[in-house]
Design a protein around this ligand. Structure first.
Ligand code: UDP
Length: 235
């Protein structure tokens, strides 16, 4: 069933299958931050991200968000639908932290007055710069403005589902990054992953960071934090 390796990214390997429309995503144990200038390894991290992502994709599908997720195949592998990836990182923010505080001087932890959706151009050589709709159109990252509006709508929709889901599990969904692709009919579907590598979670009671910031900021206990997120997702 699993065939050639098609692509290897920082967090996942993508394999072909014997069916043209389906691929296998294998989640890696590698950790990278700051444009891969910082590298690490955490045995079992890939399996945790795979399980967390699978649960969240299932939740989103149940709530009407189309995703590339088909089913889990093993601890660290899932079957996904083939999609032509859109090279835009859609970042959704509820609370200011990270690059937003640095760029605009908004104090860390400020609750934003509304959900902020940003686009970043997925391009390693350019270090994933922030872009607006017009940049996206000039770069031909989308076919028309309606597609960009659809990315924003889906970003807000995912937030509207995940924010209360995590709140009920005593986790604050601070911000997260989504990637989308087009299936063979041209429909925009959610792809990539939703995990502590791509989201920020703060414990509602203690404020403790339970995501990749533990690696970025050398806070230790990276795997323990990811295990805690999985436990709460499954609760
Ligand atoms: N993020 C990501 N991949 C990236 C950049 C950001 O998954 O290449 C996520 C990050 O984990 C956070 C959100 O997007 O949940 C916003 O990140 P931010 O722009 O604050 O970037 P950072 O401070 O991590 O550089």
């Amino acid at each position: 069933m699993k065939k050639d390796l098609l692509y290897e990214g920082k967090g996942k390997k993508i394999f072909a299958t014997d069916r043209e429309d389906f691929l296998i995503a294998q989640f890696k144990d590698d950790l990278t931050a700051f444009d891969a200038a910082k590298k690490g390894f955490e045995k079992g991290k890939g399996a945790l991200n795979c399980q967390i992502s699978a649960q969240l994709f299932e939740l989103l599908e149940k709530n009407g968000v189309p995703t590339h997720y088909v089913k889990k195949l093993s601890e660290n592998e899932m079957l996904i639908k083939r999609a032509e990836m859109i090279p835009i990182e859609v970042v959704v923010r509820n609370i200011a932290t990270g690059s937003l505080t640095k760029r605009l001087g908004i104090p860390d932890g400020t609750v934003l007055p509304f959900t902020l959706v940003e686009f970043y151009y997925k391009n390693d050589d350019l270090h994933d710069p922030i872009i607006n709709d017009e940049h996206a159109m000039i770069l031909e990252l989308a076919q028309n403005e309606a597609e960009l509006e659809e990315l924003k709508r889906l970003g807000r929709e995912v937030n509207a589902i995940l924010k209360p889901f995590f709140d009920g599990r005593d986790l604050i969904l601070v911000d997260f990054k989504l990637e989308f692709g087009k299936d063979r009919t041209g429909k925009i579907i959610l792809a990539d992953e939703i995990s502590p590598d791509s989201c920020r979670f703060w414990d509602k009671n203690t404020g403790e960071k339970l995501d990749k910031d533990r690696f970025r900021q050398d806070l230790g206990n990276v795997k323990v934090a990811y295990e805690e997120v999985l436990k709460r997702v499954l609760q």
